[in-house]
Structures are given as structure tokens and as C-alpha cells.
Design a binder for this molecule. Structure first.
Ligand code: IMP
Length: 426
């Protein structure tokens, strides 16, 4: 099967961007299939940090085709900004980037509504990224959203945008905001449509043809399994299928095309925003992980909540997606800790639980059962072979793999491309 999927196995921010960038030289096509500019993929090449939110992480590898599939919600302003930033760095994406005509468009009113909803005193606060993701997916489900096909067609755009701005302004006012001026939104949308028109096409057909020709297609997940709208900690989730179950629908390919699946996880856990996080730590160890791992949101700058590696949620993610291999990132961040921890069970209402519960209310009440093992002092960033890792670190990795039932494939020991251990060289 000439396809590989790279999926976040925790609550997002696992380091998927680095993994995709590393293996993208084996790909012909790299595809985003869900999410939008809520993602923040960081890739460091030759000391230069690239952060992209909408572009697939294959953009840094010359000669790869990058596709934004129709399961993505596209913020045109952000997309054009990212394309321009790459252009300024001498990276030309002409002919290497395509956007599905079926992808829904994130418009200014979606962002305004997202922020107003989050700012309400009443109701659930999710801690969203404020990028308009939920409101855009809501319009998709309501069948009132605008797609890229509409954005690039002036004739269809005007009546649909008129109806939407009218409707959304009522919601904005009800939430205590200022209504948007239609002409301003119209002018912006028109310009975005003009600029993006050359990229818009039927990417599903193109991907099916690429797969049929035996091309190697990489599906790049954004966020992670535990933020999945159906299988994550609902309602504290994003609004798309952020696990491999979303690939077929979001890219327009048959489910059997999903191919080999790599789950990306950190050697510990982080979460941004609200919602249950059973392995969460507080105090000095949490601060140490946050500082050591630069755990601040790539999109919002918010400090990430930090905790030990959660075996239960990882086993759940692996069973749900069917991971063939794990890419464990940020092992280097654990260097210098006297003990490293794994959450191997939860205690819920006085009962020991070893299976991740599907009911969020139970996850909220879960207390972690932590098993500690000895840490290691050594700096790992120069290690390139598994056998050269300190014994305690090897034991920690092996414990994760045996407890989750998934072998490791790639270990990341630092932010740069080079700071990586591949299974082949183990
Ligand atoms: P939204 O996707 O902006 O609606 O946010 C919903 C939840 O998903 C919030 O808790 C966000 O912090 C979280 N989230 C969204 N995108 C990411 C991401 O790329 N990494 C980590 N968390 C994310």
C-alpha cells in the first residue's frame, strides 16, 4: 500500500510537523485532510524555524506536491500569508500546492463568533484557538457554508456571502459583538478568491489517481486523537476527525488507501485549552517539562498543561486508529529528571481502571496511578542509535511500547531534523 498516515496520538502538538518533514522525502504527495489554521506545525531546518498552520508539512521538501483536502477548513487570509512568507524565504510553491474546491472557507465572521462564544460568561468554555474552526464546521454541517468553489466564483459568491453575513451578524449582535460591514467582507473575499483560484481543483480525483499510479501519498493529521470530535474528550475537542478515521472522508480516498499508520506521541503529555487531562502534573515537574520542552502554543502562545505519558489514552488511540508504529518525540526533554513517570491506570470513584473510559465525565474524575522509573542525566541530542541511548531511557521507551502494544519507529531527541533515531539503525 503506497500510503503512510501520520496522526497525533495525544492532545495535539506531538511533533507531527518534524516527523512528516523527516520522512517527506519518501513521499510524492503530502495531504492535510482536516482541521485548519488551529494547527501549528513547527519544523526547524538548518537552524531556521518554520511554523505553518495550514500548509502541509511537505512544503519544505522540494518537488513534493502538497494538497489541502476538502475536510480542511481554509482561512484564505492565513493561507496567503503563509504562501507569501515561504516566497520571501525563497521557497516557491507554484505548482506544488493545491486546495480542494470542496474545502470550506473560514470567513471573518467565523473568527468573530468563535471568540465571542468563548468569551461568554455562561456556557462551556473550550479554550479554542479562536481561529473560527468550530463555527466554520458548524456551517458545513448546517449546509450553509461556503466552499472554495464558491470563493473563486464571483457569481455564486455574492448571494451566498450576502445571506451568510446577514445571518451571522444577528448571531454576533446576540453575543454582544459589532456587526460586520458586508462590503468589507465582500471585497476581502473577492480578492482572496482571485488570488487562490489557480490552486483550487478536485484534489480527491487527483489523489485517487496518484494512489492508482502507485505514488506514495502521506496523510498528515492535525491536532490528535484525544481532540477528535467523535472519539476525543467531547465537548473539549476540536470540530473535526483528528484521527485516522477522518482521512478517507477528508481526503476523498477509499479507507483501504490509508496505508501504514504512524502515531506520533511525546514521551510525556501536554494539552492546551480546557478539558480532562488525567496525567496532568502541577508544581516543579510540570514547570520543568514546560520550560524544557518549550511547551507554549505555536498558534496562541498559551502555556501548555503538562503531564506524564498516559498509557491508557495511548492504548485507546492505538486501538482506535490501528497504529503500525510509534514516533516518540521530545525524549531529550526528560533528561535530567531523577524519575520519569508513566500513568498505567486511573482511579475512578475508588475503583482501579485500566481501560480508557469513553465517557468524558469518568475521565474528568480519573486520578492517575503513576509508576515511576529511574531517569537519566545524559543529553540525548547527539544520539543517533537506539543502542547508544542511556539504559534507563531505552527501558522507558521499551516500557511504552510493550504497554501500548505498538513498536517504536522513530525517536526524536531534539528539535532539528538531525536529532532523530530511526528504527532501521537500531
Ligand atoms: P479549536 O480547534 O480552535 O476549536 O479548539 C478546540 C480545542 O482543540 C482547544 O482545546 C484547542 O486548544 C485545541 N486545539 C486545536 N488545535 C490544536 C492544535 O493544533 N494543538 C493542540 N491543541 C489544539
Amino acid at each position: 500500500m503506497p500510503a503512510t498516515s501520520v496522526i497525533g496520538a495525544q492532545w495535539g502538538d506531538e511533533g507531527k510537523g518534524k516527523i512528516i518533514d523527516l520522512i517527506a522525502d519518501r513521499a510524492d504527495v503530502v495531504v492535510r485532510f482536516q482541521g485548519g489554521a488551529n494547527a501549528g506545525h513547527t519544523v526547524i531546518v538548518e537552524g531556521k524555524k518554520h511554523v505553518f498552520q495550514l500548509l502541509p508539512s511537505g512544503v519544505l521538501n522540494a518537488g513534493k506536491l502538497n494538497v489541502i483536502g476538502h475536510g480542511v477548513v481554509v482561512d484564505p487570509e492565513q493561507l496567503l500569508t503563509e504562501i507569501a512568507a515561504f516566497h520571501a524565504d525563497g521557497i516557491d510553491l507554484t505548482g506544488r500546492l493545491l486546495v480542494s474546491g470542496g474545502a470550506h472557507v473560514v470567513l471573518p465572521y467565523h473568527k468573530v463568533i468563535d471568540r465571542l462564544q468563548e468569551g461568554r460568561k455562561a456556557g462551556i468554555v473550550i479554550g479554542t484557538t479562536g481561529r473560527g474552526i468550530g463555527p466554520a464546521y458548524a456551517d458545513k454541517s448546517l449546509r450553509s457554508g461556503l466552499r472554495m468553489w464558491d470563493l473563486v466564483d464571483e457569481q455564486r459568491l455574492r448571494p451566498r456571502l450576502t445571506a451568510n453575513v446577514e445571518d451571522k451578524n444577528k448571531r454576533i449582535v446576540a453575543l454582544g459583538g459589532e456587526p460586520l460591514a458586508f462590503e468589507e467582507v465582500w471585497e476581502q473575499a473577492l480578492e482572496w478568491g482571485w488570488k487562490l483560484a489557480p490552486l483550487v481543483t478536485d484534489t480527491g480525483r487527483l489523489l485517487r489517481a496518484a494512489l492508482a499510479e502507485g505514488k506514495h501519498v502521506f496523510f498528515e493529521g492535525a491536532q490528535g486523537v484525544m481532540l477528535d470530535i467523535d472519539h476525543g474528550t467531547y465537548p473539549f475537542v476540536t470540530s473535526s476527525n483528528a484521527d485516522s478515521l477522518g482521512i478517507a472522508a477528508g481526503a476523498g480516498v477509499p479507507p483501504r488507501a490509508i496505508g501504514r499508520q504512524l502515531g506520533v506521541c511525546k514521551a510525556y503529555c501536554t494539552r492546551v485549552g480546557e478539558g480532562p487531562f488525567p496525567s496532568e502534573l502541577s508544581g516543579a515537574t510540570a514547570d520543568r517539562l514546560r520550560e524544557g520542552g518549550s511547551e507554549f502554543g505555536a498558534v496562541t502562545g498559551r502555556p501548555r498543561r503538562c503531564g506524564w505519558f498516559d498509557v491508557l489514552s495511548m492504548r485507546y488511540a492505538a486501538a482506535l486508529c490501528g497504529f503500525d508504529g510509534l514516533c516518540i518525540t521530545k525524549l531529550d526533554v526528560l533528561s535530567g529528571l531523577r524519575h520519569v513517570g508513566l500513568v498505567t491506570a486511573y482511579e475512578i470513584d475508588g475503583q482501579r481502571v485500566e481501560e480508557y473510559p469513553a465517557d468524558t465525565a469518568l475521565v474528568e474524575r480519573a486520578k492517575p496511578v503513576i509508576e515511576e522509573s529511574p531517569g537519566w542525566k545524559e543529553n540525548l541530542s547527539g544520539v543517533r542509535r537506539f543502542g547508544d541511548l542511556p539504559p534507563a531511557c531505552r527501558a522507558f521507551v521499551e516500557e511504552i511500547c510493550s504497554r501500548t502494544g505498538v513498536p517504536w519507529e522513530i525517536l526524536s531527541v531534539g528539535p532539528s531534523r538531525e536529532a532523530t533515531i530511526f528504527r532501521e539503525s537500531a
